[in-house]
Design a protein around this ligand. Structure first.
Ligand code: 5RP
Length: 241
């Protein structure tokens, strides 16, 4: 349900939704999607971030259909538990029907940049186990070329300076996200200045640096479906050929 205070009209009287309302709209569409597409009890992977949180809140209405969920962060797990939605460890399930999560950027191949919430390593792991990865995002996240959003890289703390120097050699400008410790006890370097025209190659090259746990490019495992919240409604996008 969209809150009224988040909508206003432009000079032509057209209703404009702000970013939070677009997130709520797309999250509601995702709840409807999982409710309709899967007939049995649901086993869902749950993402991290403000859009994923809207989705989690929307799941309350589906509680009776949910066998269990697996969260990609401690913070999402806490919210699920607070809402009495069953949540379990990934090692207790062999397959997830779907993984639903937001993104910081998405392109037409449905390759993504994620990790704005420092959770991309666990997000990648949960996405890997899911039959379908449904990305939910407002239209500000849609880009032609990935890289305007600084690429998050999770790094073992003692390797921070070494990895930063190597990222400079790859053409980026890494900035340490000071004060942030991931759920895995590591640090984040945000890499600015990358124009990512070959996302698979950059994903591989950065992941090969010793000391890197994982980077926030989801190119080898892109989303299968993108639900994009726009002012004219939720658009369903699949990867262009
Ligand atoms: C967290 C993520 C989020 O999905 C991403 O940052 C988008 O967040 P939001 O929905 O708050 O815009 O990757 O690590």
């Amino acid at each position: 349900m969209l809150s009224d205070y988040t909508a206003h009209s432009n000079c032509r009287g057209v209703r404009i939704l702000d970013q939070q309302a677009l997130k709520e709209q797309v999250a509601a569409a995702a709840v409807e999607h999982v409710a309709n597409i899967y007939s049995n009890k649901l086993v869902l992977g749950i993402g991290t971030g403000s859009t994923a949180e809207c989705f989690i809140r929307g799941l309350v209405g589906l509680r009776g259909r949910i066998e269990t969920t697996v969260a990609s962060s401690e913070r999402s797990a806490v919210l699920l538990a607070e809402l009495n939605i069953p949540v379990t460890d990934l090692n207790s399930v062999s397959e997830l029907d779907a993984y639903i999560d937001g993104a910081d950027e998405a392109n037409e191949s449905l390759a993504l940049i994620k990790g704005g919430g420092a959770a991309h390593t666990r997000e990648k792991i949960v996405a890997a186990v899911a039959k379908q990865f449904i990305c939910i995002a407002d239209e500000s996240k849609w880009v032609e070329t990935l890289g305007s959003f600084p690429l998050p890289v999770e790094v073992i703390p003692m390797a921070r300076s070494y990895v930063a120097r190597e990222l400079v050699k790859l053409g980026g400008q890494p900035v340490w996200r000071e004060g942030v410790v991931t759920d895995n006890g590591n640090i984040i370097l945000d890499v600015h200045g990358l124009r990512i025209t070959d996302p698979c190659k950059i994903e591989t090259n950065i992941n090969q640096l010793t000391g890197v746990v994982s980077n926030g490019l989801f190119a080898h495992r892109p989303a299968d479906l993108l639900l994009l919240g726009t002012n004219s409604g939720v658009e369903e996008r699949v990867a262009s050929a």
